[in-house]
Design a protein around this ligand. Structure first.
Ligand SMILES: *[C@@H]1O[C@H](CO)[C@@H](O)[C@H](O)[C@H]1NC(C)=O
Ligand SMILES: *[C@@H]1O[C@H](CO)[C@@H](O)[C@H](O)[C@H]1NC(C)=O
Ligand SMILES: *[C@@H]1O[C@H](CO)[C@@H](O)[C@H](O)[C@H]1NC(C)=O
Ligand SMILES: *[C@@H]1O[C@H](CO)[C@@H](O)[C@H](O)[C@H]1NC(C)=O
Length: 430
């Protein structure tokens, strides 16, 4: 089902920049280039149609970040939401972290269905009453009203990043989280906003010697001292935060095949996303052409490599000229770590089944998003004769790219962001 964004015209600010389910999948949050967060909630199963699974409807929309200007550095700070991460629910309210390039915010989202009435010193619209007119004391009462969802910023974690924040990750202790930028990773306590601890710093003494930047980082899902970060050189480091061990990280890298060396080798090997499997046993990385799965116990090569769109290998020159080669595709696991999903161009996205080794190319389009429409596998043909239903590499639309996707933690429901549309697909019922 497509959820066009509240009838808004297609605008730069509506472009979705992140998608994230909460830990049980009942809520789905998106962030966009305009700094807004939209939360969708899954409809409760209705009694009349018990077999119909709930659709996701807009639950709350709020402005998380505003454009700012750094006068010291003469730099514009975009409002674009780079990442959203949910905290597990602890009371009636929901909490999430959202970040732009510089500032992380902790938001509380809560419901209100009653409001106080009958104040003594102000009228129902909040205006102060003339005290001389107050002759009797009233007892304020709570009256029911239409459900209102409020988002309030509870903490603002600012002034700790000189470079652009690319990742935030909540620790499994739920007391701390980390934020990573191009050169540094900081650790924060949720309660303390004026101080963070630097846990990784790869800034060289002389910036001219800079050869590598941090591209993504994530905490291990169960071990609160362990985290991973990836780099623009295609490498992954698995680190342990306990002080003595901080510098003895594990280093994962696949030696390059010298026969494949080209001008683009380094650019296409840059890792755009890194994700632990739910089990915590594997790490998945996405680079420009492939997705790789690494076993934590094997550092010299991935145990699985999947080609996302190998037909682009011959097009790298034009993808460099139109800057697409720098696109940062994300990757996700399904709830049982058996299937991997990642995006491509032409609004195509790919799924790889790790057990059967089958893969499929699907398309997020309005045509496919009609209720009960079934996603038809798509095929890209490379040279030779194009068969019916196939699309040739030369007619792919490189302006339509699926960078951000999410997979429900326990069901076969996926959310796919295609420019300013959010598509939610789910398994056929029955
Ligand atoms: C996810 O959101 C739903 C609200 O629809 C809530 O009931 C559930 O507790 C949340 N899950 C977690 C783990 O926070
Ligand atoms: C942070 O704020 C707290 C409370 O206002 C204060 O006690 C503490 O000294 C501050 N820490 C730093 C590093 O400024
Ligand atoms: C080298 O290139 C071929 C295709 O030209 C590809 O199938 C193979 O995976 C590449 N090797 C590596 C190590 O990337
Ligand atoms: C993961 O994908 C497999 C294959 O489609 C499916 O059988 C399984 O139910 C999925 N697991 C979850 C938790 O979505």
């Amino acid at each position: 089902r497509a959820c066009p964004r509240l009838g808004a015209p297609q605008a730069w600010s509506d472009i979705i920049s992140t998608v994230e389910f909460n830990h049980t999948g009942e809520l789905l949050a998106t962030g966009d280039k305009g700094g807004r967060v939209v939360i969708f909630q899954r409809e409760q199963e209705s009694k009349n149609q018990p077999h119909r699974r709930g659709e996701y409807n807009v639950y709350s929309t709020f402005q998380s970040h505003e454009p700012e200007f750094d006068y010291l550095k003469s730099l514009e700070i975009e409002e674009k939401i780079n990442k959203i991460r949910w905290l597990p629910q602890q009371n009636a309210a929901y909490f999430l972290l959202s970040t732009n390039d510089k500032t992380v915010k902790l938001w509380k989202v809560s419901e209100r269905d009653k409001r106080p009435e009958g104040y003594n010193l102000k009228d129902e619209d909040g205006r102060l009453r003339d005290p001389s007119m107050i002759t009797v004391l009233r007892v304020p009462v709570l009256r029911p009203m239409d459900l209102m969802v409020e988002a309030t910023p509870r903490r603002v974690f600012a002034n700790a990043h000189t470079y652009h924040i690319n990742s935030i990750s909540v620790n499994s202790d739920y007391e701390t989280y980390m934020s990573a930028d191009d050169l540094r990773i900081n650790l924060w306590n949720f309660e303390i906003t004026n101080q963070s601890f630097n846990i990784v710093d790869i800034k060289p003494a002389n910036m001219e010697e800079l050869t590598e930047v941090i591209t993504a980082a994530e905490f291990h899902p169960h071990h609160c001292n362990t985290f991973v970060y990836s780099s623009s050189k295609g490498t992954i480091r698995l680190c342990d935060m306990r002080a003595a061990a901080l510098h003895s990280s594990h280093f994962f890298e696949e030696p390059e095949d010298p026969s494949n060396r080209s001008f683009f080798s380094e650019i296409i090997s840059s890792i755009s996303d890194v994700k632990f499997s739910h089990s915590g046993r594997y790490i998945m990385t996405r680079d420009y052409l492939t997705v790789k799965v690494w076993d934590l116990n094997m550092e010299n090569r991935p145990i699985e490599t999947y080609q996302v769109h190998d037909y682009l290998r011959s097009k790298l020159c034009s993808l460099y000229e139109n800057d697409c080669i720098f696109d940062k595709f994300e990757c996700v696991w399904n709830g049982s770590d058996s299937v991997i999903m990642t995006g491509s161009y032409n609004n195509f996205f790919r799924m790889f089944d790790r057990n059967t080794k089958r893969d499929v190319t699907l398309e997020a389009s309005r045509e496919n998003s009609k209720p009960r429409a079934i996603l038809k596998p798509r095929k890209v043909c490379v040279g030779g004769k194009r068969r019916k239903d196939e699309i040739s590499v030369d007619s792919l639309d490189f302006s339509k790219k699926i960078l951000h996707t999410a997979w429900h933690p326990s069901e076969n429901i996926i959310a796919v962001a295609a420019t300013n549309n959010l598509y939610i697909f789910q398994d056929k019922v029955n």
